[in-house]
Every structure is written in C-alpha cells, then in structure tokens.
Design a protein around this ligand. Structure first.
Ligand code: PEP
Ligand code: MN
Length: 365
C-alpha cells in the first residue's frame, strides 16, 4: 500500500486521537448555533465538527437532510468555534456542493461505501482536489469493500485518508444498532500501514447508555479517535434522537475515557517483554502439538483408505465437539471460541484426509 498522509499531516493542526462531534443532522441555523454555544460553555470543543446535510435513510419518509442550505450554516461553526467542518457525501453532486462551500473534510457513509459505483463517482469529482476523506465501514463486514473505497480515493490523488468503524448491521444482535467487529479495523490497520481508524460509538450502540463502554473499547484496541453525535436537545433531534448526547455529557465522556498510549510508539517494558517471550514459547508448543495431531490424523486417513471408509463420521464429530467444548468451558475458554477452534481444526483434518484419498494410488484388490 502506498504511503498516505495521516491526520497530523492533513495541514489543519489536527492530531490523533481525533475527536469529532456535532449533530447527526444539521436542522436549523439556531440548532447549529446552540450546539456550538453549549460546546464552548462546557469547554468541550472537538477537533472537527460533524453534521449530516444529506441523510441516507434506510426507508423513505423520514428526515432526509436540509441539503445545500445547511452548508451555509457551517459558517456559524467557524464563527463560534473556529474548527474545521466535516459532512457526509453520498453522490457526485453532494461532493461538488461540499467543495463549492469549502467544507474542510468529507466522509463517506456506510450505505455509500457498499456501492463502488457511487464511491467512484465521488472520487471522480475529487480527482486532483486536496481534501481529506474519511471512509466509514460498509454496512456488512467486508474488509475488501472498505479498503476498496479507500483505494478509489487514493487512486484519484486523495492522500489524506482515514477510516471510521461504525459497526455492522446484524439483525439478530439486539445489544447494538450496528455490532462492532474489532478485528476488522485492526485488520485494516495491518493491511494498510499507518491507516488511522476513528470509532463511531453513536451508530454502533444506537442509544446513549453504552457509548462510553464502546468508546473505551475502541481506545483499548488502539483506534485513533472518536466520532460522537452531539445535540443540544437530543430527544428532539430530527434524526438519531436516541443516541445523541448533550455537549455537557460529551465533556463527561471525553474526560472519563482513558486514552491509551499506542504501543506502536514505545518500547515495551521488561514485564511486557517477558510475558511476550512466554507466549512465544507457548505458541511453539502449540504448533508442535498441532503437528503431532495432524500426523495422527494422517495415519487415521491411511487407515480409512485401506478399509474403504468415508472420511467424515458424524457421531464421532459430534462427540469430539461436545466433549472438547465442555472441557474448554471448564478451563474458562468461551463456548464460541471452543466451537470455532474445533471447527477450524476439524475442517483441516477432513481436508487432509480427503486429499489423501484423492491422491493415493488406487488400492490393488
Ligand atoms: C451518520 O453519521 O449520521 C450516518 C448516517 O452514519 P452511517 O453512515 O454510519 O450510518
Ligand atoms: Mn446519525
């Protein structure tokens, strides 16, 4: 991946951890003014002010944003707080209007990231323009789509980039509006060196309670900032009323989050080094055991071939799954982890034996 410019090099005096706050939607000039005023009073001026101008609603009929007019109100933010402004763009004409009104930073929403045509159309408008773009994860947990949108921006010369983790739609998990998947932003950071990922607890949780917990998890996992929807009168907000917080509450939240030092930037102390050495050693032991286990599996495979037996035996599989899961749970390993681990090992065993059957010389009768 080619080097891009991190938040500190966007040329706006911003640094990670980046704090982005502002309403889900811009509603009226008075609303924007009041939020700014209360942010100032609560002494919680974010680094970047967010406001949705065009709202991509899942179903028609709800508030779809005030449109271009709202971009003019961003002057109010500049006047009160003197901080840069970010808005969501969902198509080429949004991008053109945002540029016309000199919006400082753009973001692409989850419903747009899923659509490579829309992302490419926005990228074409931004070709050669020097503006930072943040890409929210797509609705579904597809790292390729997320990376693809970042790559489309990079390909047209946008090198000031960041990602936003806002969780993934999961109908069956009622704890979250959009379930977080912490391995995905971490994977993205590994795949694209130096890519910063901001966390959006508001759209993950979907309610006011629980925001702090998710924000703290994000910091524990080493993410690079927070985007928190903030409104002076959350209950009366025209969109996402349940999840927005007041500037005063934002202040409390920001003060109680423990922003961790990124391990990347420091030499681990001796205790951490010792523990890591112990883990390295145990991983070697795990690999030795796995090697032995698969050698035994290969012998079983040879035996099955000799006796014309099928590879898969469902009652044995059921017994292995149940007994090992029970043992694992007794050792404080989660049931989900045990099931996934066993499934993975079993799948590999079955594949090896099936390959043995395919590749082996036909047995002479
Ligand atoms: C938003 O930020 O208000 C928004 C619509 O978010 P998302 O794209 O994450 O749903
Ligand atoms: Mn919202």
């Amino acid at each position: 991946m080619k080097p891009h410019k991190q938040i500190k090099d966007w040329g706006m005096g911003l640094t990670a951890p980046l704090i982005i706050a502002g309403p889900c939607s811009a509603e009226t000039p008075e609303q924007i003014g009041q939020i700014c005023k209360e942010m100032k009073e609560a002494n919680v001026v974010p680094h970047l002010f967010r406001a949705g101008i065009w709202k991509p609603r899942t179903r028609p009929g709800s508030f779809e944003g005030v449109g271009e007019e709202g971009l003019k109100w961003m002057e109010i933010v500049r006047h009160h707080l003197n901080i840069p402004i970010t808005v969501e763009v969902g198509n080429a004409s949004h991008a053109e209007l945002a540029l016309k009104h000199k919006v400082d930073v753009l973001w692409i929403g989850a419903r747009t990231t899923v659509n490579p045509f829309a992302v490419q159309e926005i990228a074409e408008v931004l070709r050669g323009v020097d503006i930072p773009v943040m890409i929210k994860n797509p609705m579904n947990p597809d790292l390729e789509l997320w990376m693809g949108a970042l790559e489309r921006m990079y390909a047209v010369g946008i090198d000031k980039l960041a990602a936003i983790h806002r969780g993934f739609s999961d109908e069956y998990d009622k704890r979250y509006r959009n379930k977080p998947n912490w391995s995905m932003p971490i994977h993205l950071k590994r795949e694209w060196t130096g890519m910063e990922v901001i966390n959006d607890p508001s759209h993950i949780v979907g309610r006011r309670d629980g925001l702090l917990e998710v924000a703290q998890s994000a910091m524990n996992f080493g993410l690079d900032g927070l985007m928190i929807e903030t409104h002076h009168d959350p209950d009366k907000a025209w969109s996402d009323a349940k999840q927005q917080v007041t500037p005063a509450r934002l202040k409390e939240m920001i003060s109680s989050v423990d922003f961790k030092t990124p391990l990347e930037n420091m030499k681990p102390d001796e205790k951490l080094q010792d523990l890591r050495r112990a883990v390295d050693h145990m991983d070697d032991q795990l690999l030795d055991i796995l090697q032995e286990r698969f050698a035994a599996i290969d012998q079983i495979g040879a035996h099955k071939r000799e006796h014309h037996l099928t590879v898969f035996q469902s009652d044995r599989w059921k017994e292995v799954m149940e007994s090992r899961t029970r043992k694992g749970v007794a050792k404080h390993l989660s049931e989900k982890f045990m099931k996934e681990l066993l499934y993975c090992i079993h799948e590999e065993s079955v594949k090896r034996q099936e390959k043995q059957l395919r590749e082996a010389e036909p047995i002479k009768k």
